[in-house]
Design a protein around this ligand. Structure first.
Ligand code: MCN
Length: 789
């Protein structure tokens, strides 16, 4: 049977497409109270007084609580958690679900109203009168670095941590001292506002007899949430059940422990009534963490042929107002990838994290890795210009291991890549994109002096994913492990049930996992039920992020199937009066080697294991096995992308007209899902390059919080994407798989900006800040021509 590798349609989709998905907001319970959040309109201010009398008296209002009152009620043992204190001396100001004394970003909650209806709660929240004393605001990374104003009044500096990774400082200095060519560049990774189709929402329901709480949350991380809420609130883990029902996308923004999650659980527990909240779109721009937010400085040293000798990187990273779950770890996730797919003998990376009075940052598709890929891939184009060779040639000359297939290769003295084979991947991308034809068309337009010029951008990215080895994560001060858990049951009727520790929210796990189980057990994938996203059903798990679900969780499922088959084989051998060593297993049938007529189907064994009438002596009944898989290494997918843009030189308008992606995620379980993941990921990176970016005024107000101003692309804005794949199996897991959930995003922003800069290179333009709006592009052209007319 070959379900693995077959492009099966996602079994999840018909229900979702028919509108039958049950999201948090669809779940109604009797007696529920709605939370209405009173949010700060100031980015930095002291709270002088709060008058909630009118709100409390409004119809349908049950209570209004300020932060101080909630603390007096003793609801929290500790502030909201940060699970990744990257250094021992990292500064981490307390972050309570409701502010006490001082607010640190626009949208921070200062009081919470509980009312009988959603709109009653929202209306009453408007009646709460808060007297603020505004304070000076740190509204950008630059202002934070300058440090003359601090984002937290009780801190003497905005700097939260300094994190160095310089394996050999002398070698790094020597590389730059002896280089024939050096380049130095600064890039801005603007803040991005995640915009999953389903906004975040919570519903906490106490059990009728009290003492136990079920939280329905639109989250990617029910298991992590359970541990963190228990640790922070003091409610026993055993009394908490977290359910992520249908979740309409997350993209990293639902990987957190949010004020609303803590508030709903602790208030429901206190009041004995269900408590709920669903964010509005505009609230999401303030209340849900944002992505990126970095200033990058990168330097490359190369010999006269353009062979890299050294790479030096410094980041100033915007934490926003507080450290959330993995805020400080995000920039470090990229730290190991600043040398890209290139053979760089000397490497150094430092990162300073800074507080600002803006919404906290945290994981967003790629989390640290698109940023790294952007810096090195933009810098490689600059090096090509400096050396005077083509963007393709500079890459080819520098690929790790010269493009030959390698396994377990140490990279820049930082970590070991599982496998890579870059040149064939590049070759396929050049062929599929008709690179030579594109260059010819570019030359024609240039010669003809056409107003619409062509730009071609090439990147070869690498990603670190499959987060992963618990020891390695511990070495980075991460507060959790990286294993994943799976249970596989063969039920009495021969159908299978899988309990998965990962938590899908658009990635098609039910389909992929049924393919793995179908093949491994030799049954029809349609006979496999996948259970997940409910901590009562799946008590062990570490959830979905970092493109880990297949390369860690899927592998755990495969291993659990192997254990089921091993046990079934013993039962089969017993029944057929043969030795287990002589048993063969193929397509769900056990047979005795050399006696094909002596056979039994796995479904029959399943029933026998259930009745337990005739099991081998000492064997436990039932066919149920579980595995916690902790891989020995991360997985490192890679790929080459070619972006083609048309630039209207009169208006600065940039159109992405063609995009080719040749990715390598090792062996594939479901090529159709893989392709969909690549498409979505690419569009997210293209959006950063061309359209998206949170803009703030000097008072820390977001100027484009609504989807009218914040330009999330639709299918109409992107060309159809040409995809193909090379297959370089991972050595980090027995399935040979690498993750793909973020891969498209890792290279695409750089590919698009490389294309724009390539198109503008005749003007001497070497960089355009993201997003490359028509205004920015037009101004760059005008400046290059000698000043804006
Ligand atoms: N797959 C495969 N073969 C491979 C690799 C993956 O068949 N070699 C399949 C897997 O079986 C799974 C899917 O592709 O069905 C994604 O697997 P994986 O790469 O392991 O990623 P995760 O499932 O862990 O998903 C997380 C990843 C992340 S980190 C973000 S952010 C993201 C993404 O997935 N957010 C998404 N993709 C998203 N897709 C949707 N629709 N919505 C989001 O919020």
């Amino acid at each position: 049977m070959t379900a693995i590798g077959t492009p099966m349609k996602r079994r999840e989709d018909p229900k979702l497409l028919a509108g039958e998905g049950k999201y948090v907001d669809d779940i109604q319970v009797a007696g529920q109270l709605w939370m209405g959040m009173v949010r700060s309109p100031f980015a930095h201010a002291t709270i002088e007084s709060i008058d909630a009398a009118e709100a409390a008296a409004a119809p349908g209002v049950h209570a209004v609580y300020t932060g101080a009152q909630l603390q007096e009620m003793g609801l929290w043992l500790a502030p909201l958690p940060c699970a990744w204190p990257v250094t021992d001396d990292m500064v981490n100001p307390p972050h309570f679900p409701v502010a006490v004394g001082e607010v640190h970003h626009v949208g921070e909650i200062v009081a919470v109203v509980l009312a009988d209806s959603r709109y009653g709660a929202a209306d009453a929240a408007e009646l709460v009168v808060v007297d603020y004393e505004p304070l000076d605001v740190v509204a950008s990374i630059s202002a934070a670095v300058e440090d003359s104003t601090t984002a937290h009044s009780d801190l003497s500096s905005n700097k939260a941590f300094h994190w160095p990774l310089i394996p050999d400082p002398d070698a790094l200095d020597a590389a730059f001292a002896n280089a024939a060519h050096t380049i130095s560049a600064d890039f801005v990774q603007q803040r991005l506002i995640p915009a999953a189709m389903e906004p975040r929402g919570v519903l906490a329901v106490p059990s009728p007899h009290g003492g136990e709480i079920t939280l329905y949350s639109s989250t990617q991380v029910p298991h992590i949430l359970k541990v963190m809420i228990a640790a922070t609130s003091g409610i026993s883990e055993a009394k908490l059940r977290i359910i992520a029902p249908a979740v309409g996308g997350g993209f990293g923004a639902k990987l957190n422990v949010n004020p609303d999650e803590m508030l709903s659980v602790t208030l429901a527990n206190k009041l004995g009534r269900p408590v709920r909240w669903t964010e509005t779109r505009s609230e999401a721009a303030f209340s849900t963490h944002q992505g990126r937010g970095q200033h990058q400085h990168i330097e490359l040293a190369a010999d006269s042929d353009g062979k890299l000798m050294g790479c030096r990187v410094h980041l100033d990273a915007d934490m926003g107002a507080y450290m959330m779950l993995i805020t400080p770890g995000v920039p470090l996730l990229g730290s190991f990838l600043y040398t890209g797919v290139y053979d760089v003998p000397a490497f150094g990376f430092t990162c300073d994290g800074y507080f600002t009075n803006l919404t906290p940052t945290d994981a967003y598709r790629g989390a640290g890795r698109p940023e790294a890929s952007y810096a090195i891939e933009r810098a490689m184009d600059l090096l090509a210009l400096e050396v005077g060779i083509d963007a393709v040639e500079i890459r080819r000359r520098n690929y790790l291991s010269g493009g030959d297939h390698f396994e377990n290769l140490d990279v820049a003295s930082t970590l070991t890549f599982d496998s890579g084979h870059y040149s064939p991947n590049l070759d396929r991308a050049l062929e599929l994109s008709d690179y030579d034809g594109l260059r010819a068309e570019q030359a024609r337009r240039r010669d003809a002096g056409e107003s619409t010029q062509l730009g071609i951008g090439v990147v070869t990215y690498v990603e670190i994913c499959g987060l992963a080895p618990s020891r390695a994560l511990g070495g980075l001060n991460y507060g959790a492990g990286g294993w994943e858990h799976a249970t596989v049951r063969l039920l009495p009727t021969g159908k299978a049930e899988v309990v998965s520790g990962s938590t899908p929210h658009g990635q098609g796990h039910e389909t992929s996992w049924s393919q793995i189980v179908g093949d491994k057990l030799g049954i029809d994938p349609a006979d496999v039920t996948v259970l997940h996203s409910d901590t009562a059903i799946s008590p062990l798990g570490l959830d979905t992020y970092g493109s880990r679900s297949l390369s860690v969780g899927g592998v755990a499922i495969a291993a659990a199937c192997d254990k089921v088959v091993a046990k079934a084989k013993e039962i089969a051998a017993h029944g057929l009066e043969a030795s287990a060593d002589d048993m063969q297993f193929e397509n769900g049938v056990f047979s005795v080697a050399g006696s094909p007529d002596k056979s039994v189907m796995i479904q029959e064994i399943a029933f026998g294991a259930f009745t337990a009438h005739d099991l081998p002596d000492g064997m436990e009944p039932n066919l149920q096995e579980q595995v916690s898989f902790d891989p020995p290494n991360f997985a490192f997918p890679f790929g080459t992308h070619v972006a083609v843009v048309e630039i209207d030189e009169d208006t600065g308008d940039v159109r992405l007209i063609d995009y080719t992606a040749v990715d390598d995620c090792g062996n594939q379980i479901n090529p159709m899902i893989v392709e969909g993941q690549v498409h979505g990921g690419i569009v997210q990176g293209v959006a950063q390059a061309l359209w998206e970016g949170a803009e703030y005024d000097e008072d820390g107000n977001c100027r484009n919080p609504s989807l009218l101003d914040y330009l999330v692309p639709s299918a109409a804005e992107v060309p159809s994407i040409k995809t193909d794949f090379t297959v370089t199996p991972s050595t980090s897991n027995p399935l040979g798989v690498k993750g793909v959930g973020e891969a498209g995003t890792i290279g695409s922003a750089a590919a698009v900006i490389n294309a724009i800069c390539d198109g503008l290179s005749p003007h001497g333009i070497t960089d355009i800040q993201m997003p490359a709006t028509p205004n920015r592009v037009w101004r760059a052209i005008a400046d290059a021509k000698g000043g804006a007319e």
